[in-house]
Design a protein. Structure first.
Length: 277
């Protein structure tokens, strides 16, 4: 059995099929871990959702920020200040006969997955969290997201504050902080405050902020963490943190890394469905 982690699909279904053919994926015996953002800017979000959900136990996908935003749009739970026109590829999901099943499946994906000593998340961890705490807090948010109050959850998940972890956070602020870390985080300052506005590669941002995995004294140091979300970072491994988003939708590559044995990532080149950023 092989386990492959794959970076953000963003609706690039044909590229996924080419990648799976290249690695020789066998759904009867192998497993796929997806870093989230199965859908969004690419042309075939509906096909991505249908395919990954059809794999059953052969696939694990954590939720990304684009997945959550689409779920909020589908529930008409997006604050007006955050609303943008729905992408045509996403509209196809809502118009599909199996839309209800696909939305239910997506909303019940985890925010974090831990297996064989590896944590799979979409974005990052604040320096105050170790893996055990990250899994506990992800579980708290998953319980709300899967429960009867999920529409209220979506209405209150937007915003950049609070920007620093405090165990005393509760209610919507606690949920928002958890979601921001696991699905949006790239940078922190040395004191552990989130800096969510920056998306560029590390050499193009102020020296006063650091990639989350470089913050001195982070509690998760030494743990193996696979994540996506950061196409301008690309395929990087540092202190056990492995980024797998190689920018497929922007004309980069879609990449898979085998998690059960060492070896280089396997990638396929992708068309630029969106203008490079």
């Amino acid at each position: 059995m092989a386990i492959y982690a794959i970076g953000d699909l963003q609706g690039c279904y044909q590229d996924l099929r080419r990648l799976l053919e290249k690695i020789g994926f066998k759904p009867a015996v192998d497993r796929l871990w997806f870093t989230g953002d199965l859908i969004s800017r690419g042309p075939e979000s509906l096909q991505c959702l249908r395919f990954v959900s059809s794999l059953g136990d052969a696939a694990v996908s954590v939720l990304g920020n684009h997945d959550l935003h689409f779920l909020a749009q589908a529930e008409q739970a997006v604050p007006i200040r955050n609303e943008k026109p729905l992408d045509p590829g996403l509209r196809k999901i809502l118009d599909a006969d199996d839309a209800g099943d696909l939305l239910h499946w997506l909303r019940h994906r985890p925010l974090a997955h831990y297996e064989n000593g590896i944590l799979l998340i979409h974005a990052g961890l604040p320096p105050q969290w170790n893996v055990e705490l990250a899994l506990q807090l992800a579980g708290e948010a998953e319980t709300v997201l899967r429960g009867p109050e999920y529409r209220e959850f979506f209405q209150n998940m937007y915003g950049d504050l609070p920007d620093r972890w405090d165990p005393g956070l509760d209610g919507h602020e606690r949920m928002r902080f958890i979601i921001n870390c696991l699905t949006r985080l790239r940078y922190c300052d040395p004191q552990g405050r989130l800096s969510l506005e920056h998306k560029d590669s590390p050499e193009r941002v102020p020296a006063s902020i650091l990639p989350w995995f470089r913050v001195p004294g982070r509690a998760s140091r030494g743990s193996r963490i696979a994540f996506g979300h950061w196409s301008t970072l690309g395929l990087v491994e540092e202190d056990g943190a492995q980024c797998l988003d190689s920018g497929c939708v922007w004309g980069g590559q879609l990449s898979a890394l085998r998690m059960d044995q060492p070896g280089p990532a396997v990638s396929v080149q992708c068309p630029a469905y969106q203008a490079p950023h």
